[in-house]
Design a protein. Structure first.
Length: 641
């Protein structure tokens, strides 16, 4: 029996050899092309036509002019097939490699899954072009090892090496693209990727996790975008690539010019670590950011050579360092920021100047600050600060402000004030309207809700202002007391009347001792108590319009003006002297609408009476009828006063 079996095997082997010899001969003859077309028609449900076939022993088959399909035919100029030494299995032909050259494939119409009919160890494209909806790639060299097909994606799973002269996506060009990726259904890894975008060289690695992709060791070098090209807009255009990025493990930006959320950076160097891109700034777990730049511009404000280091945790931004030239000076700070509060270890402002739009900028900053619920500064150091406000009257300026603050609590429960700490300040000069002080000093402190004005000394051109006081905010009634002494304060006031404007000027001296309760207005209205002693010297009173002959003029001096406050009821009186004006008034803070303040003057034959609250003025001539008795002073006859 063994002899017949041996003869059968020899016969089969001879048949394979003869068949192979015949096929070998046919593939090297003019029958190669029609034979290949016949074989391909049997292997695929789609119509496949080859213009030319060339066989190179032992395993290489080169096809030229390959057309697949009829309604939307796919044309490939050249395809190289490297046959496998293994026999076909499961009705699939096996290839060690399929190499396609100079193809132009629209992946919105054709899928690379057409190669799923073959078992391929390596699928490659050379100098080909690909396109799809809103994207295209040219000069593509693509190699996929052990491709695993899926109809849900453009490229199959596998080890992929991609090189492209340009990838054009949503209007954005990525040039000289190189990618080396182990592409899997999950947990893919980009071993290396690099490309050029907007004059920048970008390179790095990435890893895929269940929640998305994480960028690792990514570097962006010399990115250049104008202010009209904000980077968030560019990234939105690249959303097919960027939308799957969930976090940044590490990212470095070098020598770049970009605008982000309205903030423009010039020559920026920045490092990011552990940033969750889909979370807000207050939802970061342990993010790290450091940067420096030649300049930063935001809302017409420019910071020069800024540098900062920040750590972001839930509901907290820790500023390890922030240092920048700003407003022609320098700002330095360290501390923490939370959604509704700021706590700084130190804040140092040196030689800063607000010379233009000072009021607008300071009001904008104030509106931001007053929204806080808490503000603490352990050390506040202000050196040689200057502010000049010329936007609206009254004009004012502060020059050479120096301030030293310790353990300051400036906002508590949304209320602004000095709640805790000590402040020592000096001012070289300050002015508002026509008032000027030089070498002023103000010291204040607060402890356990008790505010103390330790010293306020404001030298004037012809005198000074000094004050001290206390305010106990630790009780509901908030009792306070204030002592003020003023010497040589000039004033020049224009008062509106029913007839002509009344101008009054002079130099005021006064001293005051006042106290009361400040819990609310009702407490103040029932508690204000104290007295004020005042004098007016070098006084001048005129009635009439400027540059016209005055209707009434008088030079005067008023001594011993007394203002007495008794539990909210205020009375004002001046001594009665025939050749000097008289001043009287009465105010009940519980009924301020009934207040009166009367000025009465008599000069030569004219008698002037002015009610300052209502603006009513009466001017009479006492010399018109000398036979009539002299008019009695309304202040003397007034029972109300």
């Amino acid at each position: 029996m063994k002899k017949p079996i041996r003869i059968t095997l020899i016969a089969l082997l001879a048949l394979v050899v003869v068949t192979s010899a015949v096929l070998f001969g046919l593939l090297q003859s003019r029958y190669a092309t029609p034979m290949i077309n016949q074989i391909l028609s049997q292997l695929s449900e789609q119509k496949i036509h080859v213009e030319s076939a060339d066989y190179t022993p032992p395993l290489q088959l080169t096809l030229e002019g390959v057309t697949i399909g009829e309604e939307q035919p796919l044309y490939m100029p050249k395809v190289e097939l490297w046959l496998s030494q293994s026999l076909p299995t499961q009705d699939q032909w096996q290839f060690d490699a399929i190499v396609i050259e100079q193809a132009n494939i629209d992946l919105s119409q054709h899928s690379l899954a057409l190669f799923e009919a073959f078992e391929v160890k390596q699928l490659a494209f050379k100098q080909s072009e690909f396109s799809g909806q809103h994207w295209s790639a040219r000069g593509v060299d693509l190699q996929i090892d052990n491709p695993q097909w899926s109809s849900q994606q453009i490229l199959p799973f596998g080890n992929i090496q991609l090189a492209a002269e340009q990838l054009y996506l949503q209007g954005q060009a990525l040039d000289n693209l190189l990618v080396d990726v182990d592409y899997k259904a999950q947990d893919s890894t980009v071993y290396g990727a690099s490309f050029e975008w907007n004059k920048a060289k970008i390179s790095g690695q990435a890893e895929q996790y269940a929640q998305g992709w994480s960028l690792i060791n990514v570097t962006i070098d010399q990115l250049s975008l104008s202010d009209e090209q904000p980077i968030e807009q560019k990234l939105t255009q690249l959303s097919p690539l960027t939308s799957h990025i969930q976090s940044i493990n590490s990212l470095d930006i070098l020598k770049s010019n970009v605008t982000l959320h309205g903030v423009s950076f010039v020559n920026l160097d920045a490092s990011f670590e552990n940033v969750l891109l889909q979370k807000s700034i207050w939802q970061q777990q342990q993010a790290y950011l450091s940067f420096n730049a030649d300049s930063i511009r935001y809302h017409q404000q420019q910071w020069v050579e800024p540098t900062a280091t920040l750590t972001l945790t839930p509901e907290n931004i820790a500023i390890e360092e922030l240092d920048s030239d700003w407003q022609q000076g320098r700002v330095q700070l360290k501390g923490t920021i939370q959604p509704n509060s700021i706590a700084l270890k130190y804040l140092k402002l040196t030689r800063m100047k607000w010379l233009e739009q000072a009021q607008t900028e300071l009001l904008s900053a104030w509106n931001q600050v007053k929204q806080l619920q808490a503000l603490r500064i352990d050390t506040l150091d202000i050196n040689n600060l200057q502010i000049i406000q010329l936007e609206s009257k009254p004009f004012w300026q502060v020059s050479g402000l120096n301030l030293d603050g310790k353990q300051l609590e400036l906002i508590r429960d949304g209320q602004v004030g000095l709640w805790q700490g000590k402040v020592i300040s000096t001012i070289n000069s300050a002015s508002i309207d026509k008032y000027l002080t030089t070498q002023a000093a103000i010291d204040m402190s607060a402890n356990d809700n008790q505010w103390t004005l330790d010293r306020a000394l404001l030298p004037l051109e012809q005198g000074y202002i000094s004050a001290n006081g206390q305010w106990q905010r630790n009780s509901l009634s908030a009792p306070w007391q204030l002592s003020i002494e003023l010497d040589g304060l000039p004033f020049d006031q224009k008062l509106t009347t029913e007839q002509q404007p009344l101008q009054i000027s002079g130099i005021v001296d006064f001293s005051a001792q006042l106290s009361g309760l400040a819990g609310d207005y009702s407490m103040l209205a029932h508690s204000l108590t104290g007295e004020v002693e005042a004098n007016i010297r070098q006084g001048y009173l005129s009635l009439g319009k400027h540059a016209e002959q005055q209707t009434f003029e008088q030079s005067f001096a008023l001594d011993d003006i007394m203002i007495n406050a008794d539990r909210g009821r205020i009375a004002l009186n001046s001594p009665s002297q025939s050749d000097q004006p008289k001043l009287a008034g009465k105010v009940d803070l519980t009924k301020p609408e009934l207040a009166t303040l009367i000025w009465e003057s008599q000069h030569l034959c004219q008698h002037l009476q002015f009610e300052a609250i209502s603006g009513v003025l009466n001017l009479s001539n006492l010399c018109q009828n000398k036979t009539q008795p002299a008019q009695q002073s309304s202040l003397e006859s007034s029972t109300a006063l």
